[in-house]
Design a binder for this molecule. Structure first.
Ligand code: AQP
Length: 334
């Protein structure tokens, strides 16, 4: 809760262009909250450097991501959209929370295990304490809910544990956040390995639809999507590829699974894959057009970056000061 209003935080990494998974699992849901909640949507550039980045490229991607938030429908007048690195309270609270987090807890984080297996030459302590920074992100804004995809649920659980531990020692300091998972799309699967989630950093370009992919690329990737040899369009656990394509189609068109199975009851996989590709192209077109328009509005975007960072700083510093006082840091002399 912030000033008597329910509050929400979520963010994404600018490690690559967003994927259809990021959109369907998280971003798409964000626009629903702007009236009821005080919302904070962050470009988590500090999280991004847990994996080695090219500096110029990271800066470019961070700006593109912030622009994409707006292009996807977030109204910057109603939602606080900002860069994590512009609000130093994230780092400061993260340090304090590190002192309330056990290594045993961090050792259990599956994202750390996955990412350290992927980046064996750079298993840095930032990658290891990533969940603590994420806890700081969320707790700074006294967030009631955190809309995320399924893969981030474990990080919300550790955030709750850290907050409850802190509150038990110091009183009611943090709101305990709940994860918010959309009814559909909480885990969009890789087009090449449908048992695995679609990921920004997948080395196989055919596995992932990027939000800015052009129509031909989108159609081509869907045509190559891995399915099975059964050739019936039904959503079952035994057919993970088809199940995932049906889910994507339902989200893109607003149809139900039953309607989709009926629509394609006599179609083959080729026709179905093409229809899924076309539905995604139509869904993404307005977002892509808006992104290209906004990209040219330099002053407008700069104004949002500046104004929203001030707002985020205001609320984040308020929580930070409270925490600093609780743990015993000396008061500032004015
Ligand atoms: N495949 C997915 N389906 C549904 N939701 C997803 N999310 C990520 N992949 C899927 C959700 O998108 C938000 C942004 O997450 P992030 O930027 O922190 O990236 P991530 O969770 O580490 O996943 P990525 O996009 O695959 O990045 P890499 O490859 O760098 O690890 C989160 O809410 C996430 O749940």
């Amino acid at each position: 809760m912030l000033d008597g209003k329910k509050s929400l935080f979520s963010g994404m990494q600018a490690t690559n262009t967003l994927t259809l998974g990021n959109y369907m699992g998280a971003l798409r849901n964000w626009v629903d909250f702007e009236d009821e909640y005080e919302t904070f949507y962050c470009v988590v550039d500090m999280h991004s450097i847990t994996v080695r980045q090219d500096p110029a490229e990271l800066r470019r991607r961070a700006r593109a991501l912030l622009t994409l938030y707006i292009a996807a429908g977030l109204n910057p007048e109603k939602n606080c959209i900002y860069y994590q690195s512009h609000v130093s309270a994230h780092a400061e609270l993260s340090w304090i929370l590190n002192c309330f987090t056990y290594m045993g807890e961090l050792n259990r984080m599956t994202q750390f295990k996955d990412k350290s297996a992927k980046h064996t030459d750079n298993i840095n302590s930032g990658l290891y304490t990533y969940p603590v920074l994420m806890a700081a992100d969320i707790l700074l804004f006294q967030s009631d809910i955190v809309p995320v995809g399924v893969d981030q649920k474990q990080h919300i659980e550790i955030t709750r544990d850290i907050a409850e531990r802190f509150n038990t020692i110091y009183g009611d300091v943090f709101t305990i956040p709940e994860p918010y998972l959309g009814k559909q799309g909480a885990k969009i699967m890789s087009l090449q390995e449908p048992e695995k989630k679609m990921s920004k950093s997948d080395e196989n370009a055919n596995a992932t639809i990027f939000l800015m992919d052009d129509p031909d690329t989108i159609i081509r990737k869907f045509k190559r999507a891995v399915t099975d040899s059964d050739n019936t369009i039904r959503s079952t656990e035994e057919k993970p590829g088809i199940k995932s394509l049906i889910e994507i189609y339902c989200i893109a068109t607003g149809k139900t699974i039953a309607e989709t199975e009926k629509e394609f009851s006599s179609a083959g996989y080729g026709d179905f894959k093409l229809a899924v590709g076309e539905s995604v192209v139509s869904m993404l077109k307005p977002i892509q057009d808006e992104f290209h328009r906004l990209e040219k509005e330099k002053d407008y975007i700069d104004g949002i970056i500046k104004g929203n960072a001030e707002k985020a700083n205001y609320y984040a510093t308020k929580t930070l000061r409270k925490v600093q006082k609780k743990v015993g840091f000396p008061e500032r002399i004015r």
